[in-house]
Design a protein around this ligand. Structure first.
Ligand code: PLP
Length: 227
């Protein structure tokens, strides 16, 4: 696990430096969905500081089991409004807010525990019917709407691009997300920070870094194949 993690850290550094970026501006989220708490513990021992989970029930069990560790948990799966109560308790950053309705329930639940919940707005850059996320055209309006919730803080955007065999084919989707981020930033919407760009997974995180990713979500390259 330590070797794998070191290799990924090196690749992140190399990708960042090769395009003139400071490697410190890229955060690695180790995506631990379907992996046992024991495997996650090994990853933490190897130096992982941020974990990404997709399923609320699974995350509840793992977070409880690993509560002694000072790590950060991010939610990267599709979130149903009725799970908002658990999401605000468990996660430092929720990557997948894609509707005003979901934002509204998260705001209400965050308020109940006196928390300002950091969130990213998920954008469906490939406009795929099979994927969640607001359309690029609707992203600015959604950010504006979310900015009105006082218990939420927008930190940026997230995307899952269409799958291609050649990672270079995803570059345009990453670029779309970055340009969208830049244009929303120019709006200077109060209560909105646009520094976060969550994009890039095992197959394409280097491309994502070159396109400006500040958060990469890597599962398979750290934990091996999921079964
Ligand atoms: C599973 C998952 C990942 C990690 O994918 P790998 O290809 O295993 O690195 C990243 N982001 C999201 C949203 C995921 O669901």
């Amino acid at each position: 696990m330590k070797d794998k993690l070191k290799a990924i850290d090196d690749r992140i550094k190399e990708a960042a430096v090769s395009c003139g970026r400071d490697p410190e501006t890229v955060t690695l989220v180790a995506v631990s969905k379907t992996m046992s708490a024991e495997k996650v513990r090994q990853a933490i021992d190897a130096g992982v500081a941020v974990l990404g989970e997709n399923y609320i029930q699974e995350a509840r069990e793992k977070v409880a089991e690993l509560a002694v560790y000072q790590v950060s948990w991010h939610f990267i799966g599709h979130l149903q409004s009725n799970k908002s109560k658990y999401a605000v308790k468990l996660f430092d950053l929720i990557h997948t807010v894609d509707s005003v309705k979901l934002a509204g329930t998260l705001d209400k639940e965050a308020g109940k525990i006196n928390k300002v919940q950091d969130i990213l707005v998920q954008v469906n850059t490939g406009m795929e019917a099979s994927k969640f996320g607001v359309s690029p055209d609707g992203a600015t309006d959604l950010v504006r709407a979310v900015s009105g919730f006082k218990n939420l803080h927008v930190r940026g955007l997230m995307t899952i691009p269409p799958l291609y065999n050649d990672p270079e084919n995803v570059a345009p989707y990453f670029r779309t997300l970055r340009e969208l981020r830049d244009s929303i930033e120019e709006e200077r919407i109060p209560n909105v920070s646009m520094d976060g760009l969550s994009m890039g997974m095992t197959g394409d995180f280097e491309v994502a870094i070159k396109e400006g990713a500040t958060i990469v979500r890597v599962g398979t390259a750290i934990f091996g194949e999921r079964y």
